[in-house]
Design a protein around this ligand. Structure first.
Ligand code: ADP
Ligand code: MG
Length: 238
């Protein structure tokens, strides 16, 4: 579960073509990283996959089913934003429970899932605190926990580490990779940080001005960049 296919995805805002025909398959359990300069369309593309916005044209399939007409709630995916997306007036526990409350899930099941995610992320002592009482790294773990409790078929992470300081970013990279191994779920991770992409990804998708420049493993991208843009962006000798 969790195979995501994009067929000729296009998105325009007014006269501006932001996504210009994206074709891509993300395999089940894969960790794919979208990289590219600011404004190239990474967030827009992720929002289309999540169902938070509709493409102007194109088709999105999850496990072979066309989900393009479906809303975000009916796609079974979970999106993680930067840490400030937590509700400040709610406890960590309430933040994590929020996405499950309208699902008729029994409270005992919600509690079990929260306990399990909290254990995995080592945030058990923080469950009754509010986001304002947490460090940046702790807040980011809560944001990830909120996604985990939903048991999504895929995680979509939009620059989840960009608000963290350099040292924490490096350790959270490793944590996220470990979590990916442990959950075995598909992950699409967006970043503008080349090192983050190179260290985490099974495959990297290099985007530029709404188009895919190259898709490959970090090693192959480094050794055989398709053009100077990719070489420059990846930091390869080119
Ligand atoms: P990235 O995440 O790669 O930095 P975005 O996907 O956020 O880039 O944005 C890509 C382009 O689309 C930018 O030029 C941005 O201004 C434009 N854009 C994004 N969302 C909207 C919107 N809702 N309305 C108009 N333009 C938008
Ligand atoms: Mg963005």
């Amino acid at each position: 579960m969790g195979r995501i296919q994009l067929h000729d995805i296009r998105k325009s805002f007014g006269a501006v073509d932001v996504l210009k025909g994206i074709d891509l398959t993300v395999d089940e359990g894969e960790l794919v990283v979208f990289v590219g300069p600011s404004g190239c369309g990474k967030s827009t593309l992720l929002r289309m996959i999540a169902g938070l916005d509709q493409p102007t044209a194109g088709r999105i399939e999850i496990d072979g089913t066309d989900v393009t007409p479906r809303s975000a709630a009916d796609r079974g995916l979970a999106m993680v934003f930067q840490s400030y997306a937590l509700y400040p007036h709610m406890t960590v526990r309430a933040n994590m429970a929020f996405g499950l409350q309208n699902t008729r899930m029994p409270k005992a099941e919600i509690d079990t899932r929260i306990a399990e995610a909290a254990r995995m992320l080592e945030i058990e002592p923080l469950l009754e605190r509010r986001p304002g009482q947490l460090s940046g790294g702790q807040r980011q773990r809560v944001a990830i926990g909120r996604a985990i409790v939903r048991r999504p078929t895929a995680f979509l992470l939009d620059e989840p580490l960009s608000n963290l300081d350099a040292e924490l970013r490096v350790s959270m990279r490793a944590e996220l990779s470990a979590l990916h191994d442990r959950l075995g779920a598909t992950m699409i991770h967006v970043t503008h940080d080349q090192v983050e992409a190179m260290t985490m990804a099974d495959r990297i998708v290099v985007l530029r001005a709404g188009k895919v420049e190259q898709v490959d493993t970090p090693l192959n991208l480094f050794n055989r960049p398709a053009n100077l843009f990719v070489a420059g962006f990846i930091g390869a000798p080119g």
